[in-house]
Design a protein around this ligand. Structure first.
Ligand code: FMN
Length: 335
């Protein structure tokens, strides 16, 4: 059975990829993900705020030092260099690429052009097989138009693409008025992969303390529906690879994403809950399912249930919604 797949130009031994998470924060963690069967690892993100804070701290150090000591310019960069989070990230990336045989994809998380080019280049130099850009942009400014937001995504992509030659994936939010058109524009602008979809941090309210409470929850399997819909709609209509992320709980979600048309399926919550060894369960589950249905390769099953390939494409559209509503309305009441 041939489980291989091509994702953003990278040959993967099977489609199950370890998504960005704290599991890749150490070399041992990355090694373990490989040993337990990941076909590629997306490293946790280097955050724009992290880069900016370090640069500001660095500038302050240099500023203060220069006033006080003539030798400070020689002194501070060395000290700072050693403790820089970005340096740590790049070192870890370098060591990981040397230590494992699977592709290591670095991740940059931010909202502006600043700093991305330098760091994308440094990630390339450190040996990253690709970079995933996570444009985590919650637009709370009421003056920002949708057009401006879309342009920002395109500008970041084009700037980074022009600066590096390794493949670039964009981890996207679903919050565009015309998701399909946006995907098409990003594809035309040179995205090597689109990763659908980012899970936004959505704070809750603590009613006891009357505070905005930060929460990070693991995903649930029903969260696959939105990415599943858009992967099925986009399959075969853009050149960029499609990476699925969100809601993988069992092999069923992996299979569904592949049938929709994903080139790879990423998982974070399930690995954090069950441990990286759960990768084997996911891949074995996929293999068993393929065997039972006489699929000989992942390529053969990819996109079989996409909008392009199903007999009735309206199943993905509004008409189907009306049919479902009608069915609910005529079904017997639940006792
Ligand atoms: C604890 C935790 C940390 C994460 N850190 C990152 C990160 O650094 N960068 C990123 O792009 N995504 C990050 N993610 C998002 C995951 O990569 C993934 O896209 C998301 O959780 C949906 O997949 P899942 O349902 O398999 O968890 C994180 C998720 C979790 C649960």
């Amino acid at each position: 059975m041939d489980l291989t797949t091509t994702y953003m130009g990278l040959e993967l031994k099977h489609p199950v990829v370890a998504s960005a998470s704290p599991l890749s924060q150490t070399l041992e963690g990355i090694r373990r993900l490989e040993d337990d069967g990941a076909s590629a690892v997306v490293m946790f993100s280097l955050f724009e705020e992290q880069i900016r804070a370090e640069n500001e701290a660095f500038d302050r150090l240099i500023g203060t030092g220069t006033d006080s000591f003539a030798e400070s310019l020689d002194y501070f960069p060395a000290v700072d260099e050693e403790h820089r989070g970005t340096e740590h990230y790049l070192n870890l990336l370098r060591r990981a690429v040397e230590a494992v045989d699977i592709p290591v994809i670095a991740s940059l998380n931010g909202v502006t052009n600043e700093g991305w080019i330098d760091y994308a280049q440094q990630m390339e130099q450190a040996g990253a097989h690709g970079v995933e850009l996570n444009i985590y942009y919650v637009v709370t400014d009421l003056e920002q138009t949708g057009r401006a937001v879309e342009q920002r995504y395109l500008d970041i992509l084009k700037t980074v693409k022009a600066a590096v030659s390794i493949p670039i994936a964009l981890k996207l939010s679903p919050f565009f008025s015309s998701m399909g058109h946006m995907a098409k524009r990003l594809d035309e602008a040179g995205a090597d992969a689109l990763v659908l979809f980012n899970r936004f941090f959505q704070p809750d309210f603590d009613l006891e303390q009357l505070e905005v409470a930060p929460t990070i929850q693991f995903s649930t399997p029903d969260e696959i529906r939105l990415p599943l819909l858009w992967i099925a709609v986009l399959y075969g209509r853009i050149d960029a690879s499609l990476g699925a992320t969100r809601g993988v709980d069992t092999a069923d979600e992996v299979i569904k994403y592949l049938l929709a048309g994903a080139d790879c399926v990423m998982t974070a919550s399930a690995l954090m809950e069950h441990g990286p060894q759960y990768l084997t369960t996911l891949v074995d589950g996929l293999t068993d399912w393929m065997e039972a249905r006489a699929y000989e390769s992942v390529t053969q099953m990819k996109g079989v249930m996409s909008r392009k390939n199903v007999a009735d494409p309206t199943l993905f559209e509004r008409t189907n919604y009306l049919k479902v509503l009608k069915w609910v309305g005529t079904s017997p009441p639940i006792s």
